[in-house]
Design a protein around this ligand. Structure first.
Ligand SMILES: Cc1cc2nc3c(=O)[nH]c(=O)nc-3n(C[C@H](O)[C@H](O)[C@H](O)COP(=O)(O)OP(=O)(O)OC[C@H]3O[C@@H](n4cnc5c(N)ncnc54)[C@H](O)[C@@H]3O)c2cc1C
Length: 401
């Protein structure tokens, strides 16, 4: 029977053209490697530059200074229009069930800002422009991974559109529900939070003051992230599943009323909401990030609760370290799939990601408990950190590094 596939070869095949996959492709373009990136979706359309309520991307990220420096080193950050990035100077965090409150200010650590809020599609657009300008990088859209099999010198990969590719190294950058991870049976440790997050753009009746506002409620954390328009914020409202379905079904007017009630008097007042979308929240961590000629990065390796806005920052750190180790290995005469380089990557990244995930789990449990003793303890804790400048500066350095 004739083979329906046509075969092309690559040194590195990256599955997933999201923020992680594209940034890795650009970073690897500094080597002689031929890098192919496949994605099941269509090429993203040019981004909307409007400022009306529904013109903003529903997915935004709080990029830390470390992530921004990495994107700058790739020539990507410079391509994101500055009028679409929102530097934030402060973070205000409080316990909605008590009196605990803490405010972090950039000036306390002599930093110009604590980070930037950026729409994901703006970051992807800038990454795409850079990746398309790299001679060693090939992007293939509508090319969903279907199957892959191990060969003596790498992998044979079949994807949609009857395409067959061979590659020395396969990188899974295909997100939290990674097909690469499933097909290669990489085990994970999973926690279902039994929560979903409602995201959407919210218009305020007073300016957001370049501040990230975060309330911890017993039903889940609620965050308002400042957009470049001072009267608009991105909402990420995590709710236990029982609460979520009721809140998600509210009319816009009733939703705004519920939101203002949940925010209380500390945050700016919400006035209107655009389209709302929900995401189920799960934390998942691969037991190993590397296998024979295979490596997992970003959400394919670990997905984390959005309460600290760290998901893509951890992912970009994975990419930075993986690219560094692969480039150093190749320069030192190793093959691109050398287990030496892959293990160095895993050693550096796994412990940091695990520590962040454990901290998020602790926060989630501590703030999720309605028990009066837990409420008192966490409020004492927040107020104590607020009054200790050294401790507060230590927390801030962790948040912005
Ligand atoms: C509600 C919510 C709020 C969040 N807020 C923040 C925040 O403030 N800050 C932050 O840092 N993080 C945040 N995150 C997390 C952040 O969005 C993710 O960490 C980030 O998008 C992961 O990027 P990625 O490139 O690994 O995966 P993805 O963005 O999921 O990209 C995966 C890509 O792989 C492609 N793909 C999937 N399957 C296949 C296949 N079989 N074949 C080919 N291609 C495939 C997809 O089309 C996609 O393009 C949030 C997450 C949620 C759910």
């Amino acid at each position: 029977m004739p083979d329906r596939y046509t075969e092309r070869s690559a040194d590195v095949l990256i599955v997933g053209a999201g923020i992680a996959g594209l940034s890795l492709a650009i970073a690897l373009s500094k080597s002689d490697c031929h890098v192919v990136v496949i994605d099941g979706a269509d090429r993203p359309k040019p981004v909307n530059a409007g400022v009306a309520l529904n013109d903003w991307d529903l997915r935004v990220s709080a990029l830390t200074p470390t992530s921004i420096r990495f994107l700058e080193s790739l020539g990507v950050w410079q391509r994101i229009p500055s009028e679409r990035t929102a530097p934030y100077q402060a973070m205000c965090v409080w316990d909605a069930d008590g009196t605990g409150r803490i405010t972090f200010n950039a000036e306390d650590v002599a930093a110009p800002c604590l980070g930037h809020i950026v729409e994901n599609r703006q970051t992807v657009q800038a990454l795409l422009e850079c990746a398309e300008a790299c001679s060693g990088v090939e992007l293939r859209w509508q090319s969903a991974l279907e199957s892959l099999s191990r060969k003596p010198d790498g992998w044979s990969i079949d994807c949609a559109g009857d395409q067959r590719l061979s590659a020395q190294l396969v990188v899974a950058a295909d997100g939290a529900r990674s097909k690469v991870r499933q097909l290669t049976a990489q085990p994970t440790r999973d926690w279902d939070y039994h929560q979903s997050a409602i995201v959407g753009t919210v218009a305020l009746s007073s300016p957001h003051q370049a501040t990230c506002w975060q309330a911890f409620l017993s039903t889940g954390p609620l965050a308002l992230l400042p957009l470049p328009d001072p009267s608009k914020v991105a909402l990420v409202w995590s709710l236990d599943v029982q609460e979520h379905s009721g809140v998600a079904a509210l009319s816009d007017t009733a939703f705004i009323e519920a939101l203002n009630q949940a925010l209380g008097p500390l945050a700016p007042h919400a006035e209107a909401v655009g389209t709302r979308v929900s995401f189920p929240l799960k934390q998942s961590h691969a037991i190993d990030y590397v296998d024979d000629a295979l490596v997992l990065v970003a959400d394919a390796a670990h997905s984390i609760h959005p309460l600290a806005g760290q998901g893509i920052n951890l992912g970009l750190s994975d990419v930075r370290i993986l690219a560094q180790e692969l480039l150093a290995g190749c320069a030192g005469g190793l093959t691109v799939s050398s287990p030496v380089s892959l293990k160095r990557y895993q050693r550096q990244r796994k412990s940091e990601n695990l520590a962040m995930m454990a901290a998020m789990e602790g926060f989630k449990r501590g703030f999720g408990s309605p028990h009066p003793a837990a409420v008192i303890l966490r409020n004492i804790g927040l107020n104590m950190v607020e009054r200790q400048p050294l401790l507060k500066r230590w927390f801030m350095r962790q948040a912005i590094s």
